[in-house]
Design a protein around this ligand. Sequence first.
Ligand code: GDP
Ligand code: MG
Length: 597
Amino acid sequence: TDIQRIRNFSIVAHIDHGKSTLADRLIQLTGTVAERDMKAQMLDAMDIERERGITIKANSVRIDYPAQDGHTYVLNLIDTPGHVDFAYEVSRSMQAVEGSLLVVDASQGVEAQTLANVYQAIDADHEIVPVLNKIDLPAAEPERVKEQIEDVIGIDASESVMISAKTGLGIPDVLEAIVQRLPAPVGDRDKPLKAMLVDSWYDSYLGVVVLIRVMDGVIKKGDQIKMMKSAATYKLDRLAVLKPQMVDIPELGPGEIGVFTASIKQVRDTKVGDTITHEKKPCAAALPGFKPSIPVVFCGLFPVDANDFEALRDAIEKLQLNDASFSSEMETSAALGFGFRCGFLGLLHLEVIRDRLEREYDLDLITTAPSVVFKLHMKDGEVLDLHNPADMPDLTYVDHIEEPRIKATILVPDEYLGDVLKLCQDRRGIQMDLTYAGSRAMVVYDLPLAEVVFDFYDRLKSVTKGYASFDYQITGYREDFLVKMSILVNDEPVDALSIMVHRDRADSRGRAMCEKLKDLIPRHMFKIPIQAAIGGRVIARETLSAMRKDVTAKCYGGDATRKKKLLEKQKAGKKKMRQFGKVEIPQSAFIAALKMD
Ligand code: GDP
Ligand code: MG
């Protein structure tokens, strides 16, 4: 393909502003997929993504577009994950294209993820075309949103393309804007091969499929290639473009985007951001900015039924085939038995993996409290990463503890600002900035990640009735006065409930957890003390009184079917319970106990 007739782009948007719908329209209008094969949200492959409306894996499609100037252009759309947990993947895919469509819902305006994503595009030196979507809605205010884009983001929005991805209005204008306003890629065909590894995924028929962007040189089927960072070499089995199904192609030249397979066993062997070159005639320097994604949020996953341990191990291994950023190692807990300590890129990533394990592999799981990675500076000078509060060593060996901090950006309508500030303040936040964009406030807070991993999103949504948007990035580590708090149920420590907490908050957190657990644990035939402790010192205590009568007595004796129903219900409930010494604790209690009001 003539490099002047190539346009590579991504679409950046806040969630629900219409990125997937627009991508579908572009694919549909250019006849890339036959009408009968078109299903809504072509690019969001997984069920969970579809249900939650988020795109997790970057994916790509190649569109042939006959433009008004009489030439046919090749448009490559790389679909980037929209969520902060996958920020590194976003920044990689941005490096692989020259321009972005900035989609903003004209009835909502700029949101936190609009900002986070557009800044990534600006960092990658993209040409940006603002696209105002949903202009079919009566609440759409395109003129106001244009002003907002100029004020808040600082780019020219006077030539925004007005569309409705839903009705198809304006889609031809988007295609023309891509051709006319986005630059063609640059690259040299005669130089040694230099291609960027943009993404990879596991396909049960093909093995690992690798998405690449060629910078210089030409890659052909059968080539012997080398991944520069991992130093592994492979022979290319198959070279193709995605339309979006794989269509074989003899070669890819500078500016082109496509996929290959090469008998690569696992996704782990392909590092996003790595440089691919020819083994025999390598390029001089690798592409800059290669960086592995590191898990920052950890939690324990245990099967409710101990017999499911092997099934859980298999399921985790299968998911890891496709997701190198999700780590796991075996863990034994006195209370929960055998399970895994798993690491994730963020909270959403954790939820997605847990959902998939439960749904696709039909496992009942206990998820322990999510925890961040604390840095323990030991008195002997060693620095240890603490992934699990249960592993906290004796304090006499610890000099000080550091925790990860984030920069959080929150956009919120004026009337909820007070509640948002209070929430952030309660979570040990430090206000960094407060500005206005129309009737919306933009607040920037420096917060400990540990205070965000439990239920910050939920609380933020509830105090703002869903009107706030939120995004964050990790900024670094800082020392604070952190202690491990343990929970004892019936005098036995439940390690899955231990947490690291700021000393000043320990008493109130301890009290709140004991009160919560008192409600969450069903009554037994005996009295159960519930305690919170730091070291050997109890800081809070509740007592769950004993159950007096047989529960079925409630059914007024006679009605046998009601009695049976109640017993069945209890039995079903049992499956979700876990035995701790003599006490049964419901699975749901592990997360619920940690929620703060
Ligand atoms: P994404 O999260 O950015 O990928 O957003 P989606 O494409 O999934 O769209 C989110 C929701 O907005 C869906 O329910 C779409 O049907 C709806 N939507 C998308 N574009 C339009 C539009 O132009 N007009 C209207 N009224 N709804 C739209
Ligand atoms: Mg989407």
